[in-house]
Design a protein around this ligand. Structure first.
Ligand code: NI
Length: 173
């Protein structure tokens, strides 16, 4: 496994619609392993294949550091409620922005054995699922940001100053 280069905003690969995965080959498994390595190395909680330059509908998520999930051809089938909070992206390093997302989502996807699975998430997991799935359609969270992007160092100060701030400054997806 290996660390791959993370593409950053402005790279056209991030704005393309990814292709459905038809089969899981050895190369696909290698890609998935590399995506986890790359995500953990960058202290992220999620990474989508286009962020490493691959236009396939694959994302990896681990919001606790102990719950790795591989999502192949994921689709959101249910959403509920609302949450507004700071969100970041490994392709937009160093900054975060306030985004409103559903507070609960249900997603169907294929696992690495191509079995259909369902995952439900609330709060950070719901946010990460929405964020990663949008990457597969060429969308970035920056399109949804309320107000300005803030520097992560400022965000830490802000959240220390205000208990109301739901800051996830170091959780980039
Ligand atoms: Ni992202």
């Amino acid at each position: 496994m290996a660390i791959r280069q993370i593409r950053t905003q402005g790279d056209p690969v991030l704005n393309k619609v990814c292709k459905e995965v038809k089969e899981v080959t050895e190369r696909t498994k290698e890609l998935i392993g590399d995506m986890f390595d790359t995500m953990y190395e960058a202290n992220g909680v999620g990474l989508a294949a286009p962020q490493v330059g691959i236009l396939k509908r694959i994302a990896v998520i681990d919001v606790t550091g102990e719950d790795p999930v591989v999502l192949i051809n994921p689709k959101i089938i249910e959403t509920d409620g609302e949450q507004t909070g700071y969100e970041g992206c490994l392709s937009v390093p160093g900054v975060s922005g306030k985004v409103t997302r559903p507070n609960h989502v249900k997603v169907v996807y294929l696992d690495e054995e191509f079995n259909e699975q369902e995952i439900e998430g609330t709060e950070l997991l719901a946010r990460a699922l929405c964020h990663e799935i949008e990457h597969l359609d060429g969308h970035m969270y920056t399109e949804r940001v309320i107000g300005d992007l803030v520097d992560n160092s400022e965000l830490v100060e802000k959240s220390e100053a205000s208990e109301e701030d739901d800051a996830d400054a170091d959780e980039e997806e």
